[in-house]
Design a protein around this ligand. Structure first.
Ligand SMILES: [Zn+2]
Ligand SMILES: [Zn+2]
Ligand SMILES: [Zn+2]
Length: 350
């Protein structure tokens, strides 16, 4: 059978689905790189002095969740969630005199890398990654993300807030303690801008959201993986990565700030089942994920999960066309079974 060239639902991005080689999950296992073994983890409780002061802390008091931040040179140690500025930020808050928009010098366009770069430490427990996390802890993680996103979006020069996670050394995680990162940028990333433009055009022409339409189609397709009341998980039509899957809220919403309490819990469960399922299927593979969200009513936020199982080389880098040796329909079948097993396994303590 000839390989198929597929276009992303929205982006002008093409992927070669190379189905001629039969692939099994075992073909992708066991290529993990040894983590950097650090003697002292700066994210573990007791080592708070090794990070900048926390911008947000969740802690428990009298059975109630409370919020605080580090002040007066004192570092709180009784946290359940801790957000800290990145020690080596890619983007930094505006200092007086900084210009807010790009400058141009003939062919060279530039501006200061204004913004924020924070780490969200997801648990005091070093290894409490989403794949093994308590659901309630993931609820705290989502609520803390909402708090920080809401703060960053209120800054005038912030055009986009990116939430992402790197898991495993091969996927770029330099520390193995469970954490995600948030970067607020003064520009709109091109991928999100392209999604936004298509969403707007589709809405004008069809009177509805293109992502709602995609969900409607994929929930009954062979790419469907899992769902609960609030969320659906499926393998996208033209994934660039083997075993890639996307997570969508069923209800149309532009930002995670719109999540209800029930939906927050549904998302926590979805993360646990998804990453537990991924871990079981592929022996805890390295992965990255990123949220896509913008505060515009035609847009539908979602999470794209990219298992880090392929090496992109000359062709991909020079053309932006990807070769994926795992057809999403086959990946979805394996993931569907693994997610189901994970759901069964956690049923008793949900
Ligand atoms: Zn640690
Ligand atoms: Zn929608
Ligand atoms: Zn997207």
């Amino acid at each position: 059978m000839a390989n198929e060239l597929r276009k992303d639902y929205i982006l002008n991005r093409w992927v070669v689905i190379a189905s001629h080689r039969k692939r099994r999950p075992t073909d992708f296992r066991g290529n993990q790189v040894e983590e950097n073994k650090v003697i002292i983890c700066p994210f573990c409780p007791g080592n708070e002095h090794l990070t900048p002061p926390a911008s947000l802390i969740y802690f428990m008091e009298d059975g109630e969740l409370r919020k605080d931040y580090d002040k007066d040179g004192v570092r709180r140690k009784d946290w359940v969630i801790r957000c800290v500025p990145n020690l080596y930020p890619a983007f930094s808050p505006r200092k007086p005199g900084a210009t807010l928009s790009p400058q141009a010098d003939h062919i060279h366009v530039y501006m200061e890398a204004l913004g924020y770069h924070e780490v969200l430490i997801e648990s005091p427990n070093h290894d409490e990654h989403p794949s093994v996390s308590r659901i309630q802890q993931l609820v705290h993680v989502i609520n803390a993300l909402k708090d920080r996103v809401s703060f960053f979006m209120s800054r005038e020069y912030v055009k986009y807030v990116s939430i992402f996670r790197n898991h495993g050394a091969k996927a770029g995680a330099s520390l193995s303690h469970a954490h995600s990162q948030i970067i607020a940028t003064p520009i709109l990333p091109s991928i999100v801008e392209e999604e936004r433009n298509v969403c707007e055009k589709y809405y004008v022409e069809n009177g509805r959201c293109v992502f709602c339409r995609i969900i409607e189609a994929e929930i009954d397709s062979e790419r469907f993986i899992w769902e609960n009341n609030g969320f659906v998980v499926f393998a996208p039509w033209a994934p660039t990565n083997p075993f890639e899957f996307w997570i969508f809220p069923k209800r149309h919403q532009s930002l995670i700030l719109e999540l209800t309490e029930d939906e927050t819990r549904d998302l926590a469960e979805t993360l646990r089942v998804s990453f537990g399922g991924l871990r079981n299927l592929l022996s805890d593979p390295p992965y990255n994920f990123g949220f896509h969200m913008i505060p515009e009513k035609h847009y539908h936020w979602h999470i794209e999960v990219y298992p880090s199982l392929a090496t992109w080389a000359g062709f991909e880098k020079s053309t932006g066309i990807y070769i994926n040796v795992m057809p999403p329909e086959e990946a979805a079948k394996d993931l569907r079974e693994s997610f189901k097993r994970e759901e069964e396994a956690i049923k008793d303590f949900r």
